[in-house]
Design a protein around this ligand. Structure first.
Ligand SMILES: Nc1ncnc2c1ncn2[C@@H]1O[C@H](COP(=O)(O)OP(=O)(O)O)[C@@H](O)[C@H]1O
Ligand SMILES: [Mg+2]
Length: 262
C-alpha cells in the first residue's frame, strides 16, 4: 500500500517536472517573440523620420531647382537616424541578453539626444515644449536604453495631444542623494483610472485602428519602458486625470559625483 503510494508520488513528481520544463520553454519562446516585436517597434520609431527625410531630399533633387543646402540637411538627418537605429538595435539585443553598458549620463544630454531622434518639432503640432533640467543632474545607466524610455514617453505624449495641441514638459530633479526623477508631463486627454493598471502590459493599446495608413499602437512602448527602468533598478510611475493630462515619472539611480582626485 505504502509502496504504491510512494510510486504514485514519484510518478506525479516526474510529470510535474516535465510540465515545468515545458512551461520554461514556452516562456522562453514567448520572450523571444516579445523581443522581436519590441525591436520591430523601436526600429519603426526611427525609420519614420529616416523615410521622411530621404523623401524630402529626393523630392528636392528631382525638382526643377534642387536645393543643395536642404538636400544636405535632410540627408545628414537621415544618416544620423540610421546610425542611431543601428545602435538601438544593438542595445535592444544586449538588453535581451541581459547585458548593458552603464555609465554616468547627464540628464540634459539624454533629453537633447532624444529630442533629436523625435525629429518632428512638437511646435509644428501645436505643442508647447518646456524643458526644465538642472545642468549638473546625472543618472547612472545605459544611455541608449534610457533614450528609448524617454522617446517612447514623448511619442505617447505627442500622440495623446495630436490634432488638439497642448503643452509638453520634461522636468528632472534630484529626489535625494541616490535618486533622480525625470518627468514627462502632457496636457492631453488623460488615462481613465480603470485602464491605468493595464498600460504597462505588453500589447495593451487603445490605438488600434482599421486604417492601415494611420499609426496604430503596438502596446509595447510602456512595456519596454518598464523593462528598461527595472533593469536599472529604477521604477516608472503614472499619474493621470481624464481631461487634464498625464504625468509619467521615471525614478533612476543618480550617478555618483566623480571622486575628486586627492
Ligand atoms: N501620455 C499619454 N496620454 C494618454 N494615454 C496614454 C499616454 N501614454 C500611454 N497612454 C495609454 O497607454 C497605452 C499603452 O501605451 P504604449 O505601451 O506606449 O502602447 P501604444 O502607444 O502602442 O498604444 C496607449 O494605447 C494609451 O491608451
Ligand atoms: Mg506608445
Amino acid at each position: 500500500m505504502q509502496e504504491s503510494l510512494l510510486h504514485q508520488l514519484t510518478e506525479t513528481q516526474r510529470q510535474l517536472e516535465l510540465l515545468h520544463d515545458q512551461l520554461t520553454e514556452s516562456q522562453r519562446l514567448a520572450t523571444i517573440g516579445t523581443i522581436c516585436a519590441v525591436i520591430a517597434h523601436e526600429f519603426n520609431n526611427l525609420l519614420t523620420p529616416i523615410v521622411s527625410y530621404s523623401q524630402f531630399a529626393l523630392q528636392s533633387a528631382q525638382g526643377e531647382k534642387p536645393d543643395m543646402v536642404l538636400i544636405c540637411k535632410a540627408l545628414t538627418k537621415s544618416f544620423q537616424s540610421s546610425q542611431k537605429a543601428g545602435r538601438i538595435c544593438a542595445s535592444m539585443l544586449s538588453l535581451a541578453r541581459g547585458e548593458s553598458s552603464y555609465a554616468a549620463v547627464p540628464v540634459q544630454t539624454l533629453v537633447d539626444e532624444t529630442l533629436t531622434v523625435l525629429a518632428r518639432d512638437p511646435q509644428k503640432d501645436g505643442i508647447a515644449l518646456r524643458v526644465q533640467i538642472p545642468p549638473e543632474l546625472a543618472v547612472y545607466g545605459d544611455s541608449v536604453q534610457l533614450e528609448q524610455v524617454l522617446l517612447n514617453l514623448l511619442i505617447n505624449a505627442r500622440q495623446a495631444m495630436l490634432g488638439k495641441g497642448g503643452s509638453l514638459t520634461i522636468k528632472a530633479s534630484a529626489v535625494d542623494e541616490n535618486l533622480v526623477k525625470i518627468q514627462v508631463i502632457d496636457s492631453g486627454p488623460g488615462i481613465p483610472e480603470k485602464l491605468l493598471p493595464k498600460i504597462f502590459q505588453p500589447f495593451f493599446t487603445t490605438k488600434a485602428t482599421a486604417r492601415q495608413t494611420e499609426a496604430h499602437g503596438t502596446g509595447l512602448g510602456l512595456a519596454i519602458c518598464k523593462d528598461i527602468v527595472e533593469h536599472h533598478s529604477g521604477r516608472i510611475e503614472v499619474e493621470s486625470e481624464v481631461g487634464r493630462g498625464t504625468t509619467f515619472s521615471v525614478i533612476l539611480p543618480a550617478a555618483k559625483p566623480a571622486a575628486t582626485a586627492s
